[in-house]
Structures are given as structure tokens and as C-alpha cells.
Design a protein around this ligand. Structure first.
Ligand code: HEM
Length: 216
């Protein structure tokens, strides 16, 4: 169950990480890709299936973790990093989904490039490390997990993508691209539009005012 749910979710995760990487090349490209991809993953049935797949993957992971309790074996570094990435993702993923989807569903204000960029400017001390780690954890978890899951369903990935430079070079390159993307959202790679002048920023600020009574 964990392997199959992981493989299904990774179809979305790879499209989503590719979308994130495109921020390095420009805001319009990021937005155009997201609009096109969204017409698939946000069709009502698929979106429910996506979230259900994620829940099954996390619950089966927690059950397997409990079954391992008491084991004294020290796993190799690659597997330990895979687990740390899983803990980070499990803690933050539902907050991430709520923060990106609720403004769209409740106020018709999906984030697009401007929404992510707004977050970077609204609370930089939180969003730079949070998004960089979210992207890198997702990338690492998928890169390690996909060959393992394929093995479970009987498809053996070549040895060279599972360890050594064939594993570490793409992971390190991908991590570099995620960091560059985060900097692009922050306006460090090219000029960006005013991050506070978009529907997502207005919806977020209106919600902040509603709940705290403070004007932003
Ligand atoms: C720097 C890293 C990331 C950024 C900037 C980012 C940004 C976004 C944005 C803008 C959306 C809204 C998409 C839309 O409305 O079409 C979104 C949704 C979402 N993200 Fe991320 N994300 C990142 C990393 C991740 C990772 C690593 C995962 C999972 C492993 C993830 C899972 C999701 C999910 C499940 C949704 C909701 C999709 C839906 O229901 O339509 N994100 N993210």
C-alpha cells in the first residue's frame, strides 16, 4: 500500500516540483505551466484521489514506523535522510495544502507565482527556509522512494540511480534548482511584480485582519 500510494502521489509531486523549478526561468512560465497542470490535478475527482493517496501513504508509513519500534539496526545515511524528509513533509504538508488551496476555494484567489512571492515578502524569516526545505525534502523523498517502490511492485530500477554519483548528482542539482526557485519567488533572480498586489495577497491580508483585528 505504501509503495503504490507513493508511486501514485509521485506523479503529482514530479509535475509540481517541475512547476516549482520553472520559477527560475520566469513568472509567466511558472503561471502558464500551473494553469495547464491544474486543469488535470484540480479536477474534483482527481484532487480528492490525490489527497486520499497522500493520507494512505502517510498512515501506512506511520504504521510501518510503529512496527519497526525497538529495532536496533542503524540504517544507511540515504535511508535516514529519506525518513527525515518524510517527517518534515508529514508535519507541514497539510498546512501547505490548506494555505495554497483555501484562498482559491473560499475566495477565488489561487496563489500562482504572485502568491508564493507574497509569502516570501510577508514573512521572509519563515518562508525562505520553509519552502526551500519543503522542496528539497519532497525531491529527496521522491528520488529515493520511487526506485524502492518500483522494486516492491516488481520493476527493478538500475543500480546506478540508486546509489553513488547517479543518485547524489541529480539530488544535489535538484536541491540547487529549488534554492534558485525560492530566490526567484523572492525577486532575487529577475524583476517581479509587486508581491502585495494580487488576489491571493489581498485574500490573505483580509483573513489576517478578520482573525486578529489588526490592519496589515
Ligand atoms: C518550494 C517548494 C514548493 C512550492 C513553492 C509550492 C507551491 C505550491 C502552490 C503555489 C500550490 C497551489 C497550486 C495550484 O493552485 O495549482 C501548491 C499546492 C500543493 N502542493 Fe506545493 N509547493 C512546493 C512544494 C511541495 C511539495 C514538496 C509537495 C509534496 C511533496 C507539495 C504538495 C502540494 C499539494 C498536495 C498541493 C495541493 C494540490 C491540489 O490539491 O491542487 N508541494 N504548492
Amino acid at each position: 500500500m505504501q509503495a503504490v500510494s507513493g508511486l501514485l502521489f509521485s506523479l503529482f509531486a514530479l509535475v509540481h516540483l517541475t512547476n516549482t523549478a520553472l520559477a527560475v526561468l520566469g513568472a509567466d512560465l511558472y503561471n502558464d505551466f500551473q494553469t495547464a497542470a491544474r486543469s488535470v490535478y484540480q479536477s474534483p475527482l482527481l484532487e480528492v484521489v490525490l489527497i486520499a493517496t497522500l493520507v494512505v501513504h502517510i498512515v501506512s508509513g506511520v504504521l510501518r514506523m510503529r512496527a519497526r519500534r525497538g529495532s536496533k539496526a542503524s540504517p544507511p545515511l540515504r535511508l535516514r535522510l529519506h525518513r527525515y524528509a518524510a517527517y518534515y513533509l508529514a508535519i507541514f504538508i497539510f498546512g501547505h495544502i490548506a494555505a495554497t488551496r483555501l484562498p482559491a476555494l473560499l475566495a477565488g484567489a489561487p496563489p500562482f507565482f504572485g502568491g508564493v512571492s507574497f509569502s516570501m515578502h510577508f514573512a521572509p524569516w519563515w518562508f525562505y527556509p520553509y519552502y526551500a526545505l519543503l522542496g528539497i525534502a519532497g525531491l529527496y523523498h521522491a528520488f529515493y522512494g520511487i526506485p524502492v517502490a518500483l522494486g516492491v511492485v516488481g520493476v527493478r530500477a538500475p543500480q546506478w540511480v540508486r546509489r553513488g554519483p547517479g543518485f547524489w548528482v541529480p539530488v544535489a542539482t535538484g536541491a540547487g534548482v529549488i534554492i534558485a526557485a525560492v530566490l526567484a519567488f523572492g525577486g532575487f533572480l529577475y524583476d517581479i511584480d509587486d508581491p502585495f498586489d494580487n488576489d491571493y495577497a489581498r485574500a490573505y491580508e483580509a483573513a489576517t485582519t478578520y482573525f486578529t483585528g489588526d490592519e496589515p
